[in-house]
Design a protein around this ligand. Structure first.
Ligand SMILES: [Zn+2]
Length: 414
């Protein structure tokens, strides 16, 4: 019983809901062993001096289901970023992982490696050579020659190569298969059309199911979204409803119905789209007409995401940090964007705890305050379930039962 800790606070969000009344969370080493109302905890664990966080909420550590740790998020051009050696990108990944953890993200899913950098990073964290969150890895995302993120070295030319790469990343320890199903921000790729034939999408799902792992698809057009859902993908990333000419609607009802029916998790990455807008506003750069157009498109997408939430589609928070001008440590900006889209705060908190844990097949370990789960916690001042922006600052981060103390100096978000 030596390892027992008893944490208590004014409010608790357990991953599903706000608990009624004060509760105690009992930790034994790296595990949560009990979550009890105060009076019951007094009886059962009265002998343990409680650690009390006055005016705070205890919640599960956040899960960020979509990030790119090897990317700086400082607006660098792709040629500059990917012109760097892997050793530099590994250090970039380490710094980003630290920032994530300090911000309260205790489980970080990386959706875009180059070569095997993130596997090395995770190994370094696991053997104690580096400090970082739990890492869920996709390895290299599959793409086509000169397609989106080709510079991550996951180019495949046919079904046999797609299957081979899928097997390779799983053999290296990937937890999820990521495929760039449509083009994207990479110059020369086409965001408005699928990159792969349906047969390759199906082959990817088959390989992942064989390995017992989930699948995630980067998509930004209607045809591609319908195809990946039909093929059986578990997570739709971005999911912006463009037609083949690039016209954007907020919602494609057919895709939404399919997603609902198939139990697809929706990762809309609303903040990364807005990070460009905010960057333009802050720096006073860019054409005002372009800015207005970007804002209008963002509002349209946000409205579509709200409608999908209301239909019952699980909306999960993955920030796409590292991309564009979206720096690490700002996962909360995605939560803010989801609230601004019209999703209630408590649902957004579930969308960054239990729901992404489920989507990634990690809910047996993380995502909620429940006995048997890992003691990954974030303690936030005030009531983040009423004001989501409070998640911008963690009063305390606990990873596997240990307090994370990284100082605040390198977290620079306002
Ligand atoms: Zn991404």
């Amino acid at each position: 019983m030596d390892n027992l800790r008893r944490l208590q606070s004014d409010w608790q969000f357990d991953g599903y809901k706000v608990l009624e009344g004060r509760h105690s969370i009992i930790l034994d080493g790296e595990d949560i062993v009990d979550v009890l109302p105060q009076d019951e905890a007094d009886q059962k664990y009265g002998h343990i001096e409680p650690e009390t966080f006055e005016g705070c909420t205890i919640m599960p550590g956040m899960v960020n289901c979509h990030a790119h740790v090897i990317m700086p998020g400082d607006g660098s051009e792709a040629e500059v970023m990917f012109g760097r050696d892997n050793e530099i990108l590994l250090l970039q990944g380490y710094t980003n992982a630290l920032k994530s953890l300090a911000s309260g993200v205790t489980t970080l899913a990386d959706f875009g490696d180059r070569d095997d950098i993130t596997f090395h990073l995770r190994e370094a964290i696991e053997c104690g050579a580096a400090i970082g969150p739990r890492m869920i890895l996709s390895g290299r995302p599959l793409t086509i020659p000169e397609g989106h993120a080709w510079n991550m070295n996951g180019v495949v030319r046919n079904e046999a190569e797609a299957r081979a790469l899928a097997r390779e990343v799983f053999s290296k320890g990937a937890d999820v298969l990521k495929i760039m199903a449509s083009g994207g921000g990479t110059a020369g790729s086409d965001p408005y059309n699928p990159q792969f034939p349906v047969s390759i999408l199906e082959a990817c799902v088959e390989e992942a199911r064989e390995a017992g792992k989930p699948t995630a698809a980067h998509t930004s057009n209607i045809q591609c979204i319908r195809e990946v859902i039909e093929a059986g993908f578990d997570i739709v990333a971005h999911g912006s409803f463009h037609d083949s000419e690039g016209n954007l609607v907020g919602l494609d009802p057919v895709s939404a119905e399919m997603a609902l029916e198939r139990g697809v998790y929706w990762n809309p990455t609303l903040a990364v789209a807005r990070s460009g807008i905010r960057h333009m506003e802050k720096t006073g750069t860019g054409d005002p007409e372009v800015l207005a157009e970007k804002k209008a498109k963002w509002a349209r997408r946000a409205e579509g995401v709200r409608q999908m939430y209301e239909m019952g589609i699980p909306v999960i928070a993955g920030s796409d940090e590292g991309f564009g001008t979206y720096a690490f440590g700002g996962h909360w900006l995605e939560l803010e964007a989801l609230v601004d889209a019209g999703i209630p705060e408590d649902a957004v908190l579930s969308g960054t705890t239990i729901l992404p844990a489920r989507a990634l097949g990690m809910d047996h370990l993380v995502g909620s305050l429940e006995s048997g789960k890992k003691a990954d916690l974030m303690i936030v001042a005030g009531k983040p379930f009423e004001d989501i922006t409070l998640t911008a600052k963690a009063e305390r981060v606990i990873l596997a039962g240990e307090d994370v103390d990284l100082g605040e100096t390198f977290l620079d978000f306002e």
